[in-house]
Design a protein around this ligand. Sequence first.
Ligand code: ATR
Length: 270
Amino acid sequence: MNITAKTKICMVIGDPVEHSLSPRMHNAGYEALHIDGHYVYVGCHVDVNHIEDFVKGIRAMGIRGVSCTLPHKLAVMPYLDEIDDIAQKIGAVNTIVNENGKLIGSNTDWLGILEPLQQVTDLPGKRVAVLGAGGAARAAAYAVTSQHANLMIFNRTKEKAEKLASEFDGKAYALDDYEAIKSADIIINTTSVGLKNENETPLPKKYIIKNHIVFDVVYSAHPTQIITDAKEKEAKTITGIEMLLHQGFAQFNLFTGHDAPKDAMRKALV
Ligand code: ATR
């Protein structure tokens, strides 16, 4: 262990936070680059009611970088010095960087969606079905429209789909409009269906075809039902671990100034 009084602290905050894999991922990156004496990454349980005090603590202690999970992604926003344009558009901050006392909020979640997709397909002109209309759906909507894909939002509460679609120039549908989902090239699940109950899926298997790319951004230890079904249909699949890794690679760069050692960080998670 190389930690000294000069070591800079980075952390993930959440409520709960104990399940987070981010400390493992970032610390593996520091070790791989031999900068584990310069940076250490921990988890911190922050009650969202104490978020203003926590932000004061970032300044008081000179904490270098903070990764935010829900609900802190929204709650920190009023207390930062600057929020970059992308985080403003997505409406959430998952990354805080402390630049000599100035706290800058940004968002790397959209890169966690964009980069794994770009590894398997070209996005311009593709039809993308985003299932859900919450925070993760906003990051997905930003990611795919930034590459001129055609956005389709499907949600149980259709009014929310309509609101999100109007902001990102997409089309809104009910979540059970399965034929419309089937007509897409890419399906991105951002709903929490499948997270609590492993056997549940937002899309019946018969509507998945071999040509689909199916991305479940929800991270879970076991493959979710929609991923299992897509694999059985021989569709291309991308799991939530890819989102976690790619948003983390971008954060690593913002916190340390180094390119993320991707293999080492990936190895720490699998
Ligand atoms: P996040 O920010 O992580 O995306 P969220 O804002 O709570 O989380 O959004 C959860 C999404 O999952 C919403 O789109 C929600 O649909 P509603 O807007 O209709 O609530 C969707 N969702 C959650 N449970 C669901 C269920 N049982 N069936 C269908 N959709 C569900």
